[in-house]
Design a protein around this ligand. Structure first.
Ligand SMILES: [Fe+2]
Ligand SMILES: [Fe+2]
Length: 196
């Protein structure tokens, strides 16, 4: 697969217009970090770069336009996703990657789809995009450096830590937690335990 078919000047301009400069720059940083992780874990670097570059392609600044696009194209999401743009932008992004950028690689589309919630039995590409999103070098939250270093040594443990923190934070802020995330957390708990 030639990634230049997708990562080209025209598409990057569309991406930047849709998601804004801040998130566009974040996406380029995720791509760099995803390449680093792809090297460590033996994943195709082009696939990692492609999925990372477009992972937030559904996070349109203009949400009204996003909801209109969904209606116009007959796209279907769960009620929870429709009510929560933070949840919606990932599966919506997978559809945008397909419809707007012509990306048809299933692995790449799934890595975009699950980059927010994670999923049990995740592929290495899905793991890499999830982690790189959390640990790219412009991220500033407490513990990010430790999480990044852990991801180079044991990506499953890094994902478990990140999922635990996400679940704690969502609970604290009285927010909805999708069952996909809970199932993913229990899955990573199990596989990191059995690895020890
Ligand atoms: Fe995202
Ligand atoms: Fe992101």
């Amino acid at each position: 697969m030639k990634i230049m078919t997708y990562i080209n000047e025209e598409n990057l301009k569309i991406l930047k217009d849709d998601i804004g400069e801040y998130r566009f720059n974040h996406s380029l940083e995720v791509a760099k970090e995803a390449e680093t992780l792809a090297n460590i874990y033996g994943v195709d670097k082009d696939l990692a770069k492609l999925a990372a570059t477009f992972h937030d392609c559904g996070k349109w600044e203009d949400r009204d336009r996003a909801y209109k696009f969904i209606k116009l194209n007959g796209l279907k999401y769960s009620d929870e996703e429709m009510d929560n743009f933070q949840l919606l932008h990932a599966p919506f992004g997978a559809d945008i990657a397909r419809l707007k950028y012509g990306i048809d690689n299933r692995e790449v589309l799934n890595a975009i789809k699950y980059h927010t919630t994670m999923i049990k039995d995740a592929t290495m590409l899905e793991k890499i995009i999830y982690v790189a999103d959390a640990t790219e070098h412009t991220r500033k939250y407490e513990g990010v450096k430790e999480l990044r270093e852990l991801s180079y040594i044991d990506i499953d443990k890094a994902i478990l830590k990140s999922l635990d923190e996400t679940i704690i934070s969502l609970t604290k802020h009285n927010k909805y937690i999708g069952t996909t995330t809970v199932d993913a957390r229990n899955y990573f708990l199990k596989i990191t335990k059995s690895n020890n």
